[in-house]
Design a protein around this ligand. Structure first.
Ligand code: SF4
Length: 304
C-alpha cells in the first residue's frame, strides 16, 4: 500500500511526537509594551493590543490567564498531555530582568505546563535575557519566537519594524547556541509579493539554524496604521487564491524538518477590517491542503 505523503511538518504532530501526548498552547498577555511602540507608531499592522488578546488590561493576572486557559481547554478537549505557556502580546523580553523573572516563574505553579514560549523582536534579546531563558530549558521545552516578517529591507522599513535583517541574523547566531526551539514569524500578503520572493525567503530560512516558522497573513486590523493606508487606497490586501499559491510555494522550498506553527493569521474577534476571506480560516487551510495535493507539492520538495 502506498504511504500517504505528509504535506507539511505540522505543529500538533510535532508536539505529539515530542511529548507523547496532545499539547495545547495558552496565550498570555503579561501587560508589557514594545520598544517599537514607545519610540513611534509601532509596526504598521499592529494595534494598541500589541497583537495580543488584551487580557492583562482587562484585569486578568498572568496566573488567572493560565488557570482560565487550562480550564477552557479542558472543557474543549479530552486526553490533554500538557500545556505551553505562550507569552504573546507585545515584546515579551522588553522589561527589567526582575520583571521577566517574576512573570515567567508563574508557570512553575502549574505542574501541567511543559513548555514556555516567548514572543519577541530581534533587537530585544540581551545576554541577561538569554541566560534567564536558558534556566527554563532545564525543566521546560523553551520556544523562542522571533519576528522577522520579511527579508526585504524596503518592506521592513515600510512596515516600520525598526530592525534590519542583519539584526535578525545576529541575534539568531547568539540564540542558537542555546537549547531553544527557535520559531521565526514571517508575513505573506505584501502588495506585489510573488513566487520568487517566497523561494528567496524559504531558502534564506532553510539555511539558518531554526526549528519552526509561523506564517501570518498581512491583514488590516482595526486601529492599526495599516487601516489608514487601506482607507487611502495605498494598501490592497492579497487575494485568497494568491495567498494560497504563495504559502504553498514557500512550503515547497522550505527545509523539510522545519515545523510549521501556523499557515495563516486570524484577527481577534471584531478587529478584522480586510481581507474578509481570512475569517474563513478552516476553508483557507482546506484549500491550502487541496492545492498542495492537486499540484503534488509538499514541504521541502524543492529544497536542495
Ligand atoms: S513588535 Fe510586535 S508589539 Fe511591537 S509594534 Fe511590532 S507587532 Fe506591535
Amino acid at each position: 500500500m502506498e504511504m500517504k505523503k505528509k504535506l507539511y511538518n505540522d505543529l500538533s504532530s510535532y508536539l505529539k511526537e515530542l511529548f507523547g501526548a496532545r499539547i495545547y498552547k495558552i496565550t498570555i498577555d503579561s501587560g508589557l509594551t514594545c520598544p517599537n511602540r514607545i519610540n513611534g507608531d509601532g509596526c504598521i499592522y499592529c494595534n494598541d493590543r500589541g497583537s495580543g488578546n488584551g487580557l492583562f488590561s482587562k484585569g486578568f493576572s498572568i496566573e488567572e490567564q493560565i488557570s482560565m486557559g487550562i480550564e477552557g481547554l479542558k472543557r474543549k478537549y479530552k486526553n490533554i498531555g500538557g500545556y505551553i505557556a505562550y507569552f504573546q502580546s507585545y515584546t515579551n523580553t522588553f522589561a527589567p530582568i526582575s520583571v521577566l523573572e517574576k512573570n515567567w516563574s508563574i508557570i512553575k505553579k502549574f505542574k501541567e505546563i511543559v513548555g514556555l514560549s516567548i514572543g519577541t523582536r530581534p533587537d530585544c534579546l540581551s545576554q541577561e535575557v538569554l541566560d534567564l531563558l536558558n534556566e527554563y530549558t532545564k525543566n521546560y521545552k523553551v520556544f523562542l519566537e522571533l519576528g522577522l516578517q520579511t527579508i526585504d529591507e524596503n518592506l521592513l522599513k515600510w512596515i516600520n519594524r525598526g530592525h534590519t535583517v542583519k539584526d535578525f541574523s545576529d541575534v539568531l547566531k547568539r540564540a542558537s547556541k542555546y537549547d531553544f526551539n527557535i520559531v521565526v514569524h514571517i508575513i505573506i500578503g505584501f502588495m506585489g509579493q510573488n513566487k520568487e520572493d517566497m523561494i528567496k525567503l524559504a531558502r534564506f530560512l532553510s539555511y539558518e539554524k531554526i526549528n519552526g516558522v509561523k506564517i501570518h497573513l498581512l491583514y488590516v486590523a482595526k486601529n492599526s496604521p495599516l487601516e489608514k493606508e487601506y482607507e487611502k487606497g495605498n494598501f490592497v490586501p492579497i487575494e485568497r487564491e494568491k495567498y494560497i499559491e504563495l504559502v504553498c510555494t514557500f512550503l515547497e522550498h522550505l527545509r523539510k524538518d522545519i515545523v510549521i506553527h501556523r499557515l495563516t493569521g486570524d484577527a481577534h474577534r471584531g478587529e478584522l477590517i480586510a481581507p474578509k476571506w481570512s475569517e474563513d480560516k478552516a476553508g483557507v487551510l482546506r484549500d491550502i491542503k487541496n492545492y498542495m495535493e492537486s499540484k503534488d507539492i509538499y514541504q521541502g520538495k524543492m529544497w536542495n
